[in-house]
Design a protein around this ligand. Sequence first.
Ligand SMILES: O=C(CO)COP(=O)(O)O
Length: 249
Amino acid sequence: MRKPIMAGNWKLNKNHLETLTFIDEITPLLRDVSAVDIVICPPFTSLNVATARTKGTNVKVGAQDLFWEKSGAFTGEISGDMLKVLGCDYVIIGHSERRQYFGETDETVNKKILAAFTAGLIPIVCVGETLQEREAGQVEQVLSTQIREGLQGLNAQEHGKIVIAYEPVWAIGTGRTATPEQANAAHVLIRKLLSEIFGAAAQDIRIQYGGSVKPENVKELMAQPDIDGALIGGAALQAEAFEKLVRYK
Ligand SMILES: O=C(CO)COP(=O)(O)O
């Protein structure tokens, strides 16, 4: 009942020319796929060409961040409206790299989620614990704070299309994936937390797993009942690998 969603988070990779090359490779390969939502999230400078080149295809485009204000004296920032008018459909919010290096907090995540919905974008909201937190037995506490504070004030009617990405920080770019069972257990916990906010509609919210997802491990992760897709970094940068990830079955 939840349509799988496979998204590539390109991070700081690919200029606009490389973006066009990737899109020209990937769109013919994925043309027949309709059972999975496909999203690429290039850097801001590539979004213009990405939305233009994917227009009319089944590949959707997302940004990697946004700012919560609509306009004004906020040097270096990008608004949700700017992304929407470019043709973006999604925006990643609260990635652990933004939390770690750029001062993102649950409070700013919350403001950004609301701004994304106001602009008509679907937020992909990242949560996840560090290795230290996992080893200290704090997974539940960390996820619960991130969800309760990050998603404060949301409701099923207006915000039910939200996508959550569970990305344990210790699995990102490390080659160390959570086991399918570990990941699913976290997803079950997240869904329980979502049901406090969204009620029964939490059953329809898609929860992606992220952290060293590759063509070799995607199938067993996707076989878990509460894993509804993946947010993929490194392995999403090559068309051939990304095709395999989208065709995970
Ligand atoms: O952070 C990630 C996606 O947002 C995961 O990155 P990797 O797939 O490179 O581990």
